[in-house]
Design a protein around this ligand. Structure first.
Ligand SMILES: [Zn+2]
Length: 343
């Protein structure tokens, strides 16, 4: 029962969808909401609950229009860090019940919305922890810091092992140089190349060094070093799925990719973060890597591209297809010694 002010009497109301136009922050927002209707006069009987429901759906529409977080999204970002509502408020130095109000449906301040959405990035939370507006106690601060660091390490580990699983399940064949692909070996090869070069190891150069070391070793011993397949791209041969490979190296903390200025704008370089484990490789593998580094390490990316374009391995493989290691016997940059067979 509710009191109808038109009839001036108690009525058994029934819910009905009605359209209301509400002004939210100076903007008209029209929403359809079920409200109690007086069955006698047909007027709306606006209880405080009904008024609240209209407001809640108007805010929902306003948030949708302006790309603001929903109360549920705010709560889920907060819970990911194991923070209480007051904890988030203290992190940013807001009033104690601010976040509680937002999660109950109050329309959030635009600046507050921006800060909460930035919390999706764990490194932003670390920055906020050290900001002067942070009002967390020292103990809370340290707890949050270790939570952030643990979760990023955990997710990176998960991502790295997922990538590794996909990229290394291929059976040995002429496209892997008759070896099972090993991301660890491929990554370590990059670290060895980087440590052999005094300056930056540009991404384009790394691709060629990988290709030549693997193919040269195959030419000499009938097996590749990394077990990775290479694809024929316009820039030359590259390890298949190389962007995942570089991502894997970053997520394992082996190396990171930086952008540096070059004479022609900017270029991406591999920056090693750990020292290479040379004992992973046999003497002949190390020797082939040194040979490739000595011959090609000082060449520019453009020169390396044109060298690789002269390779029968590249010329005889269709665009974007995988390159067979069987072409290694015809390497132009590293000609195979005569076999002695009369051909
Ligand atoms: Zn009525």
């Amino acid at each position: 029962m509710a009191f109808c002010y038109t009839c001036y009497d108690e009525r058994e109301t029934r819910p009905e969808e009605r359209e209301h136009s509400i002004v939210v922050r100076g903007e008209h927002v029209a929403v359809k909401t079920a409200v109690p209707i007086c069955p006698v006069c047909g007027d709306e009987v606006l209880t405080p609950e009904a008024e609240n429901a209209i407001l809640v759906s108007a805010y929902e529409e306003y948030r949708r229009r302006h790309g603001l977080l929903s109360p549920r999204e705010i709560a889920s970002i907060r819970q990911r860090y194991g923070l209480s509502q007051r904890g988030v408020a203290r992190l940013f130095g807001w009033g104690p019940i601010t976040v509680q109000r937002y999660e109950r449906g109050a329309l959030q301040d635009n600046t507050h919305n921006l800060l909460i959405s930035k919390m999706n990035d764990p490194s932003f939370v670390l920055e906020a922890l050290d900001s002067p507006s942070c009002k967390l106690t020292n103990a809370e601060r340290e707890m949050l810091r270790s939570k952030v660091l643990d979760s990023t390490a955990y997710y990176k580990e998960q991502a790295a092992s997922a990538v590794e699983g996909v990229l290394t399940r291929e059976a040995p064949s002429e496209y892997t140089g008759f070896r099972r692909p090993s991301l660890e070996r491929l990554g370590q090869m990059a670290l060895i190349f980087a440590s052999g070069l005094a300056g930056h190891l540009f991404k384009v150069k790394l691709m060629k060094l990988w290709f030549y070391a693997d193919f040269l070793h195959f030419q000499r011993e009938g097996v590749s070093i990394s077990g990775f397949p290479y694809a024929r791209l316009n820039m030359g041969p590259v390890p298949d799925n190389f962007s995942y490979i570089l991502g894997w190296m970053e997520s394992t903390g082996m190396a990171c990719i930086d952008v540096v200025p070059t004479t022609r704008g900017e270029g991406e370089v591999l920056v090693p973060l750990v020292t290479p484990q040379e004992n992973l490789f046999s003497d002949s593998e190390k020797e082939d890597m040194s040979l490739v580094l000595a011959k090609l390490g000082s060449k520019t990316g453009a020169v390396l591209a044109s060298i690789s374009h002269r390779e029968p391995a590249w010329q005889n493989t269709p665009h974007a297809a995988r390159i067979s290691y069987l072409w290694a016997k015809d390497l132009k940059a590293f000609p195979a010694p005569p076999t002695g067979d009369a051909e």
